[in-house]
Design a binder for this molecule. Structure first.
Ligand SMILES: Cc1ncc(COP(=O)(O)O)c(C=O)c1O
Length: 404
């Protein structure tokens, strides 16, 4: 089945956050929305068909997560990432953001230090603040001496210093918003530091399945197993917790479901007990069906999506690099998000937002949302037909020309 990503459906009026919150967010409802990270592509046909078939049954009672759902997660992680996990390691949750909050609450104590690596997906900050924990910033290093070579790296020596006053590290892997897929040596160093300092590592790997051909994703839990001195004691000693979900990759984030992979029984029980106390129901008739169908039958659609987005990414980045000297950008190794370095425009946050909204007609996410290391940047979601992305960039280029 060939899926066309050049077509899209009308999203206005569908209670879409990305489209229908434009007036409230940007002060006007006609900006091209390239902010919230979902895509304007129809889901894979097997997912749509499964949901349509379920909707024909007129009763939507409480649901029970079937064993086949757990098995689909295990099969996916093994086939896609070579990671053999056990059924009992899986804790279903209503989403990755709730998972971040639940894990911080369950496994750290009031005032504990939790390390984040800004610029980073902003709910990392709130997950720590919400539980009255202390945020410790291990800011990413930016090698930007050459315009065409804007690359982020982890600051591993600073991470060692931060680790001595923290109990947890929240890792974003691949990293939103900078688009890095961390290399094996970087992740091995993270594990090494975590082991030496007794840090729990909460790895948000929601973007793990949307990785372009120039990079390879390594799941931290698998690296931890590979490097464990005693395989027999791996579960008891494991301090890595991994959040996964097909929601971003398969464009079903509105359905709200994700999984935590927690090999350590003590950690798992603490997280489950925290979730129990919230009384939140995790599965519903639609989310578990979409989740399982994505993992079981979405592979071809995903290959098509990655190829499509890779072309969009490459053309968009080349267009910006060639025609917009005020903006620096590197092709992300993962995600459908471009991290635009607009610092050469010398505009403060409010003026930069104003320029993008009023002069270019674009609704992007301001970089400052991702921490002060993101000031002067804007995040652009290119999960839409390529022709639209290129039309937007043409508009941006003329807006920039007007300013010169
Ligand atoms: C790194 C990261 N984690 C989590 C989420 C959201 O997860 P969920 O919708 O399952 O709460 C996003 C969405 O953009 C993300 O980029």
């Amino acid at each position: 089945m060939i899926h066309s990503f050049d077509k899209t459906a009308q999203r206005e009026g569908t209670a879409s956050l990305k489209y229908d919150a434009r007036l409230a967010t940007f002060g006007r409802d006609d900006v091209t929305p390239m902010w919230v990270a979902d895509m304007d592509f129809a889901v894979a046909e097997p997912i749509a068909k499964a949901l349509q078939a379920r909707a024909l049954h007129p009763i939507f009672g409480y649901s029970l997560a079937p064993e086949s759902l757990y098995q689909s997660i295990m099969d996916w992680l093994l086939a896609k990432h070579g990671w053999q996990i056990k059924r009992e390691w899986i804790v279903l949750t209503p989403g990755v953001v709730p998972s971040l909050n639940a894990v911080v609450a369950a496994l750290t104590a009031e005032n504990d230090g939790v390390i984040v690596q800004p610029p980073v997906y902003f709910p990392f900050f709130s997950a720590v603040r919400n539980q009255n924990r202390r945020l410790i910033h291990n800011t990413l290093l930016l090698d930007d001496d050459d315009v065409t070579n804007l690359q982020y790296r982890m600051n591993l020596s600073d991470l060692t210093a931060c680790a001595s006053e923290a109990t947890m590290l929240m890792l974003c892997s691949p990293h939103n918003p900078v688009g890095r897929v961390w290399q094996k040596y970087e992740l091995d160093s993270v594990l090494d530091i975590a082991n030496k300092h007794d840090l729990i590592v909460l790895a948000d790997e929601i973007h793990a399945d949307l990785v372009y051909t120039n990079a390879q994703h390594h799941m931290l839990g698998l690296l931890a197993y590979d490097s464990a001195k005693s395989k027999a004691a791996f579960e008891d000693n494991c301090r890595v917790i991994t959040a996964v979900s097909p929601s971003k990759t398969f464009n079903i984030p509105g359905l709200g479901l994700s999984a935590l992979i927690v090999p350590n029984k003590v950690h798992r029980q603490a997280i489950e007990s925290h979730l129990d106390k919230l009384g939140v129901s995790v599965t519903n008739p639609f989310n578990m069906l979409a989740f399982e169908t994505a993992y079981r039958e979405g592979g071809d659609w995903l290959n098509g999506l990655i190829a499509y987005l890779q072309t969009t990414r490459d053309e968009a980045v080349a267009y910006i690099q060639l025609g917009m000297p005020e903006i620096s950008v590197l092709p992300p190794e993962s995600t459908y998000l471009l991290w635009l370095d607009c610092r050469k425009l010398s505009l403060d946050d409010a003026a930069l937002r104003h320029f993008f909204i009023e002069e270019a007609g674009l609704g992007l996410s301001p970089g400052s949302l991702f921490g002060s290391a993101g000031e002067g940047f804007m995040r652009m979601n290119i999960g839409m037909p390529k022709a639209e992305v290129m039309a937007v960039l043409e508009r941006l280029k003329s807006a920039l020309q007007q300013r010169r």
